[in-house]
Write a protein that binds this ligand. Structure first.
Ligand code: PEP
Length: 258
């Protein structure tokens, strides 16, 4: 696997057009000036996608910045009020699709079945999926973390119809322990290493035959002070960053920390 890492900014339901345009232009400027060789992806709220995509895509010299969305419909066109399909997002340059974030699973009651339908639709259409998995604190305390993650992976990837036709390099798994998200307390390096190793082993089994193993990235209170250590852990192929990605200086430092 390439050593190139991927740093993904999840802006959630934050910011205004003005603030996110400014944040985007500061990221673009940093990518022009600094030697950041890793891939950087921003995930703005849907409504700002067209404008921010134009800002990103009009900078032809920057090859390592892409744009994506934080959620996507499981359905093709039709009577699905409020939903947005990958085809619509693609029209505005969206390359990455985040699926199954714990906030969507927990607050918006997204089921494993819905998540699996989203993942299958995207992969069957050769799109890039960032699939979030991770355990709650209660599950961790009961030592159920690995079985929860295994269930999430099997449910989302286990029943892909034509596995041999799926490009596994279109899959990114974001390991996000729910207790670490927005808490200011990231998982320990040892826990991250162990869980990423477990996920990779599991992916090898689920995705057989699998020539290219999906990237596995870590998310949960990554910031500019812990990113270097986290990104140096064996088996960590990148990070998914929430809170700290809304601050240009912190996010650029995270992107430059390796
Ligand atoms: C997230 O919600 O995807 C996330 C990683 O958030 P934070 O970095 O704020 O913990």
């Amino acid at each position: 696997m390439s050593s190139k890492k991927i740093i993904i900014a999840n802006w959630k339901q934050n910011g205004s057009l003005k603030s996110l345009r400014s944040l985007t232009s500061q990221i673009i400027k940093a990518l022009k000036l600094k030697s950041i060789s890793h891939s950087v992806v921003i995930l703005p709220p849907y409504v700002y996608l067209p404008i921010l995509a134009e800002q990103v895509l009009s900078n032809k010299k920057i090859r390592n910045l892409s744009i994506g969305v934080q959620n996507v419909s499981a359905f093709s066109d039709g009577a699905y009020t409020g939903e947005v399909s990958f085809e619509m997002c693609k029209d505005f340059g969206s390359k990455y699709f985040l699926v199954g974030h714990s906030e969507r699973r927990q607050i918006l009651s997204e089921s494993d079945v819905l998540i699996s339908n989203k993942v299958s639709r995207l992969l069957n259409h050769n799109k890039k999926v960032i699939l979030c998995v991770g355990e709650t604190l209660a599950e961790r305390n009961k030592k159920l973390d690995k079985s929860v993650i295994s269930k999430q992976l099997i449910s989302a990837l286990g029943s892909l119809s034509s596995k041999s036709k799926i490009k596994t390099n279109n899959i990114i798994i974001a390991y996000e322990p729910i207790w670490a998200i927005g808490s200011g307390k990231s998982a320990s390096s040892e826990d991250i290493y162990n869980t990423h190793s477990y996920i990779k082993k599991k992916l090898n089994m689920i995705l057989k035959p699998c020539k290219i193993l999906p990237k596995v990235i870590y998310g949960g209170s990554v910031n500019n002070t812990n990113s270097k250590e986290i990104l140096s852990i064996d088996g960590v192929d990148g990070t998914l960053v929430g809170g700290a990605s809304l601050n240009a200086k912190k996010f650029i430092e995270i992107c430059s920390s390796i």
